[in-house]
Design a protein. Structure first.
Length: 504
């Protein structure tokens, strides 16, 4: 049927599980048709909203279209759409930021309520009713299993060579019936290439021919290249110390320009026979596969620039045996991450001097995107690395602060912090020792003096000396920037004001 006919089958007030993960594999036409239906309902004076569950972020055609017409009551587990973000931070849309590995379990146990409808993009439908997955897997297996009703978008644009690339594992269960997941190596296949579906639940099939919406990555700038260089130096040091093999261990990399620059750095590095056990496959990882530096990559989705996506689709068949797309409950599974010894590399918004990391909130109150899978990997990785430029907003804001305004990853889960300034290896250090190393090695020179001054004053006047803080002064970086600083020069002058205020 048409997208409009299918959208008419979705009533207000329902929970809808939609496919999609970082701009890949999301439904392309039904959300827009549903948005038009919502507009018409609003014009009649009717309130029409649904709750939207996905794998991760999607695209303007889904999140943007529904948020623009104020059609989303609740959103989870991760988003990156500007309109969604604006409505969430204005209090107009509820949002649950949840570890990506937890979503399937939450749905099976009913913590989020009943899943009424699944809207899932697939590449094709086999004669026996099995479904060929699309360019992302995400939570689609769970949506198809748990939803009362299912709407399928069959996208002819998706490359036919995707068939056979997926590994859909049906061996999960709820306690006390769980068994070990039989995945020993990142490249192991433990499931089947197709989704199973109860055909009696399928209420609509919509045919489409629309591309994924993938965003371009900025070319690595000098800051990103310096961060990448420090990451490579650290990994080489770990190999020299005998803590990592020469081919390293499975790599996980978060989404973004810095993470992509690190992958590009590995292309010119000394490591061979690399593997990846990660969430998304980005441009840099594709280049490693193309050159032969990486032998296999396991993920749940692609997250490629338009140019890289075109290149992949032109030769997708040659990658079929080296790329595996899994459900995110497997790609992000804590037990597998721990057992495989993954090297996790993720970004942040700010880190404090003791190693606590904020990866989700601006000024402690406004969501940016969400925690995504960084927590799944950071807590369970063999080596947990967080990477960031030392400053932001053209040098006006320090990314190393006295106290994080929001904490997603506690000091217990953060082993290494790397900026363009250097590397802070926090393993085996007490809080005061961590503060010294982070400030000395990672802070921007503009902010280093005032951070040192804060540490000294906290050590002198804090009521406790294990993790010294002056709570009334800990967020002065933020309050002074709000009031005064818009440029690096203003901040440089303001450090004197801050130091004077702390001394008083």
């Amino acid at each position: 049927m048409s997208a409009e006919e299918a959208a008419a089958l979705i009533p207000s007030g329902v929970n809808v599980g939609m496919s999609g993960f970082t701009g890949a594999g999301y439904p392309k036409v039904l959300p827009a048709a549903l948005a038009r239906r919502i507009v018409a309902a609003n014009e009649r004076g009717e309130r029409f909203k649904i709750s939207v569950w996905t794998g991760a972020s999607t695209a303007p055609e889904l999140d943007g279209a529904l948020a623009m017409v104020d059609g989303i009551e609740m959103r989870l587990p991760y988003q990156s759409d500007p309109t969604c973000r604006k409505r969430i931070n204005a209090g107009e849309m509820e949002y649950i930021d949840i570890h990506l590995s937890h979503v399937a379990q939450f749905v099976w146990l009913g913590f989020l309520g009943k899943l009424d409808i699944a809207v899932v993009e697939v590449s094709g439908i086999l004669p026996d009713g099995r479904l060929i997955p699309s360019s992302s897997v995400g939570n689609n297996k769970t949506w198809l299993d748990r939803a009362d009703k299912i709407i399928l978008e069959v996208n002819a644009w998706q490359n036919p060579a995707l068939e056979g690339m997926h590994d859909i594992y049906y061996g999960t269960a709820l306690p006390p019936h769980r068994k070990p997941i039989p995945l020993i190596h990142p490249q192991d296949r433990i499931g089947e290439p197709y989704f199973r579906v109860d055909l009696d639940k399928v209420i609509a099939v919509v045919e489409t021919n629309h591309p994924d919406r993938n965003s371009p990555f900025s070319p690595p700038d000098e800051t990103s290249r310096r961060i990448s260089g420090h990451v490579l130096e650290f990994l080489q040091h770990e190999v020299k110390k005998g803590r990592l093999p020469e081919s390293l261990l499975p790599l996980q990399s978060g989404v973004g320009n810095v993470a992509n620059a690190v992958m590009a750095g590995l292309e010119g590095g000394p490591f061979e026979n690399l593997t990846a056990y990660t969430e998304v496959l980005q441009d840099g990882m594709l280049e490693l596969l193309k050159s032969g530096k990486m032998v296999s990559a396991s993920a749940t989705s692609f997250s490629l620039s338009p140019d890289a996506l075109t290149e992949l689709n032109a030769d997708l068949a040659s990658y079929k045996d080296r790329i595996i797309l899994r459900p995110q409950e497997i790609s992000n599974h804590p037990e597998l991450i721990r057992r495989l010894g993954v090297i996790a590399m993720n970004g942040l918004i700010e880190a404090d001097i003791y190693g606590n990391v904020n990866s989700t909130h601006i000024r402690g109150t406004s969501i940016m995107n969400g925690i995504g899978g960084s927590g799944d990997f950071a807590r369970n990785a063999l080596v947990s690395i967080f990477m960031t430029p030392s400053s932001a907003k053209g040098g006006a804001i320090s990314c190393i602060v006295p106290m994080a305004s929001h904490v997603d990853h506690t000091e217990h889960d953060v082993q290494v912090i790397i900026t363009e300034q250097g590397v802070a290896d926090l393993r085996g250090l007490s809080p005061k020792q961590r503060a010294k190393v982070i400030i000395e090695n990672c802070a921007h020179p503009t902010f280093k003096p005032v951070l040192k001054d804060y540490c000294a004053r906290a050590l002198e006047f804090s009521p406790g000396r294990h993790t010294p803080h002056l709570l009334e002064q800990a967020f002065m970086f933020m309050s002074n920037w709000d009031a005064n600083a818009t440029t690096q020069e203003a901040w440089s002058a303001d450090t004197v004001v801050q130091a004077d205020a702390w001394k008083k």
